[in-house]
Design a protein around this ligand. Structure first.
Ligand SMILES: Cc1cc2nc3c(=O)[nH]c(=O)nc-3n(C[C@H](O)[C@H](O)[C@H](O)COP(=O)(O)OP(=O)(O)OC[C@H]3O[C@@H](n4cnc5c(N)ncnc54)[C@H](O)[C@@H]3O)c2cc1C
Length: 363
């Protein structure tokens, strides 16, 4: 292959979304992944697009989240057009539920509509009669993230992106303060005009830079799936201890743990017990539904829990990672912002709060 203009390390949703966006700009793009494309956090996720319920604590990310949510309808329409299949983009919204007065108090700070318990149960008869308050967040959406990844891959390949699976980046290739490319584990030197680190929670593992621009740590999330009748739930439902995400396919996702377990993706009895308890607390009938599967993924978290986006002080080296609990939501906007940064255009949102340089002095 001739030298690609852009080499992206990491074929999760962030790497794939950016690859497609850059290919649409007619740039030659090569995406490397140490495994198969899209089989890590982006595959493990629940696909909630929650610009409101996830963001009460982080104003900088609130703006990012709202802007990315606004891009979703046209992004989905474009991708569904490429693969001629629905991607499970649903707009019923989220119900946040509380089981005590203490849990109910923070609900008032959320946007949306307060619901009395009986109103919530009218909307979702499967909800527990024990809930004491609920809030309806009509702006939240969901997408089937596994189908979305497939669609992104098909669209990116169709747009000319080359993917290399089973090709771990072993070392960043830097010469005279300038990023030249990547050396693979096989010893091959891949040269590119610009290099993007989209390695998710592994972004800080590649020498010689290590964590310098990407002090990312993995936060394990265990999930499980049940089979539910189509009318069991229509909304995503969240409680302080977990959430239920109904897919149109009949899968009911139950999530998720937040664990500091290093790079260990094990599913544990304690994790599953907590998920099942949360599910049955929200909707007692969930206890009788058939179990399908359980899995775990690793969220890329950062010291301030904000993503890391943009250029570094190494020429031609860019970082796009650290999306923590919201990488599915933030993917379309990340692709736009990173494409602008790489092409030297003014990004539509200020990238300063997310700059990779905010950590460089302290790591
Ligand atoms: C249980 C769970 C539930 C979640 N739910 C939601 C949700 O509802 N909504 C939401 O918006 N977000 C959710 N998230 C968060 C979201 O999944 C992540 O923020 C997002 O997937 C991160 O995408 P990524 O492309 O950065 O990372 P990843 O998808 O992890 O991709 C990184 C890629 O880099 C590759 N890689 C690693 N090392 C190397 C190397 N040396 N060389 C080459 N390739 C390498 C990996 O193989 C992988 O394919 C959830 C996450 C989890 C775990």
């Amino acid at each position: 292959m001739p030298k690609p203009d852009i080499l992206i390390a990491g074929a999760g949703i962030i790497g794939c979304a950016l690859a497609l966006r850059l290919a649409e700009e007619k740039l030659p793009v090569l995406v490397l992944d140490r495994g198969q494309s899209g089989e890590e956090a982006s595959w493990a996720a629940a696909g909630m697009l929650a610009p409101t319920s996830e963001h009460a604590q982080a104003p900088a990310e609130t703006e990012l989240a709202a802007a990315s949510a606004a891009l979703y309808p046209s992004w989905i329409e474009k991708l569904e057009g490429r693969i001629k299949e629905p991607l499970g983009y649903r707009s019923e919204g989220t119900l946040v539920v509380a089981f005590s007065a203490e849990e109910a108090a923070p609900l008032a700070a959320l946007p949306g509509e307060a619901l009395a318990p009986e109103e919530a149960q009218q909307r979702e008869p499967a909800l527990s009669p024990r809930l004491v308050a609920a809030r309806y967040l009509p702006g939240d959406r969901q997408v089937d993230n596994r189908r979305l990844l497939q669609a992104l891959l098909v669209a990116a390949v169709g747009a000319g992106v080359e993917f290399r699976a089973g090709a771990p980046a072993a070392e960043w290739w830097i010469e005279s303060g300038q990023m030249r490319g990547v050396r693979t584990v096989a010893g091959e030197k891949l040269e590119a005009g610009a290099v993007v680190n989209a390695l998710g929670c592994w972004a800080g593992t590649v020498p010689p830079l290590g964590r310098r621009y990407a002090p990312v740590r993995p936060v394990r999330g265990q999930m499980l799936a049940l089979t539910a009748p189509g009318d069991f739930l229509r909304h995503v439902v969240r409680s302080p201890r977990g959430y239920l995400v109904p897919r149109a396919s009949g899968r009911l996702l139950v999530g998720s743990t937040m664990e500091d377990a290093g790079y260990d993706k094990s599913v544990t009895p304690a994790g599953l017990r907590g998920l099942l308890r949360a599910a049955v607390e929200i909707a007692p009938g969930a206890g009788a539904l058939p179990f399908v599967e359980a899995w775990a993924g690793l969220r890329p978290d950062t010291p301030d829990h904000l993503p890391i986006l943009g250029a570094t002080d190494i020429k031609n080296y860019f970082v796009a990672t650290g999306h923590f609990r919201n990488g599915i939501l933030l993917a379309p906007l990340t692709a736009e912002l990173m494409a602008d940064a790489i092409l030297g255009r003014q990004p539509r949102l200020a990238l300063e709060p997310f700059s990779p340089l905010r950590f460089a002095e302290t790591t």
